[in-house]
Design a protein around this ligand. Structure first.
Ligand code: DAH
Length: 344
């Protein structure tokens, strides 16, 4: 009996070694360990043996069965991994998987475009904090606490204690204009800068209003900077930005930090000024505020009064992006909706 078991084991081992496919190894398993196998017959016959034989043959048979089972399992695993490897190596015609690439948000694209155009006109890019002191955001640019102009902007206050000293609060900046005095405190004219930045307003949102949006402030200061310089720079910038000839026009308006102040329009980018639904048939589209820097602002920056002249100009980044790409809802920019951002 012992020899028989040994014989079966040797046969099985050589068959296992010779197996080349999963099917081969499965056949070996059935033949040697299956219900009808010679090995199973031995196990079944154990009960008819004498107690001494049982003691010897029982454990040997079980041990051998286990060993064979292990060998078969190992061989099967090895064959399976060969098959996997083959798949990976051989099927060079399988189509590759597409990896998603990151890309710029439309606002970043537009911001870079604007910065490049102004850079080419000799402007530097300046920066200021999103969380701003009340004094830079308002007081320094001629909007003290009791100034009616403050009502033009709904403000998110970060701190503003009762009974505080005037001008000591902190705000989410409502405009990039606050960077004007920040910059001028550290630099003397002549200079030209633009200040791109995120701004915040505590107001309800709709298709053309967001609580968080971006502005570009332009500030040009020197001895003899004039409104004509502003117009020239504005027309050059917008023509470059929209890739078509753009005219600008000024309408008198009021902003506390400029005198005189203007609202300015550009010729409609859709119809070129003839009149269409985009410009409500007027041929013009309003794009921002501007004016000659108020002498109080120069004074707040520590400049001698009436020594310099300059223009300041502010416009919304989203507005320009919407015009350029024909986007009809400002809320899409921060919606996080990839169906929107994937288009850029
Ligand atoms: N800061 C103004 C606003 O947010 C925009 C503005 C108007 C900026 C006139 C200027 C300016 O520099 O001269 O509504």
């Amino acid at each position: 009996m012992k020899d028989k078991i040994q014989q079966i084991k040797e046969d099985a081992v050589s068959k296992i070694e010779a197996s080349k496919t999963i099917e081969d190894i499965e056949n070996v398993r059935i033949a040697y360990l299956g219900k009808k196998s010679a090995f199973n017959e031995i196990l079944k016959g154990l009960k008819d043996l004498s107690p001494e034989e049982k003691k010897e043959i029982g454990p040997l048979a079980n041990q051998t069965k286990k060993e064979l089972q292990h060998l078969i399992d190992d061989k099967k695993m090895a064959l399976e991994s060969v098959i996997d490897e083959k798949k990976e190596w051989i099927d060079v015609t399988a189509p590759g998987t597409k990896h998603a690439h990151g890309h710029l948000h439309p606002l970043s694209i537009v911001q870079r475009d604007i910065e490049n155009i102004f850079n080419s006109m000799g402007f530097e890019i300046a920066d200021g904090p999103d969380i701003e002191s009340e004094s830079y955001n308002f007081d320094a640019i001629n909007m003290p606490d009791d100034h009616p102009g403050r009502d033009m902007q709904d403000t998110f206050w970060i701190s503003r204690e009762d009974g505080r000293k005037k001008g000591t609060g902190t705000v989410m900046r409502t405009q990039t204009s606050g960077v004007q005095v920040r910059y001028m405190e550290k630099h003397k004219p002549p200079f030209r800068i633009i200040v791109p930045g995120r701004v915040f307003r505590n107001e309800a949102t709709d298709a053309s209003h967001e609580h968080t949006f971006h502005q570009f402030e332009a500030l040009v200061v020197g001895d003899d900077v004039s409104v004509a310089n502003f117009l020239y720079i504005a027309e050059t910038f917008f023509s470059e930005f929209f890739g078509q000839e753009i005219k600008a026009r000024l309408r008198p308006s009021y902003f506390p930090f400029v005198e005189p102040g203007f609202e300015f329009d550009i010729s409609c980018t859709n119809c070129g000024g003839k009149g269409c639904s985009t410009c409500s048939q007027t041929g013009w589209i309003e794009v921002g505020g501007a004016g000659m820097v108020h002498q109080n602002v120069f004074e707040a920056a520590g400049y001698e009064k009436d020594k310099y002249q300059g223009f300041a100009w502010g416009f919304g980044l989203e507005r320009l992006a919407m015009m350029k790409y024909k986007i009809n809802d400002i809320r899409l920019f921060h919606s996080g909706d990839v169906r929107f951002t994937r288009q850029f």
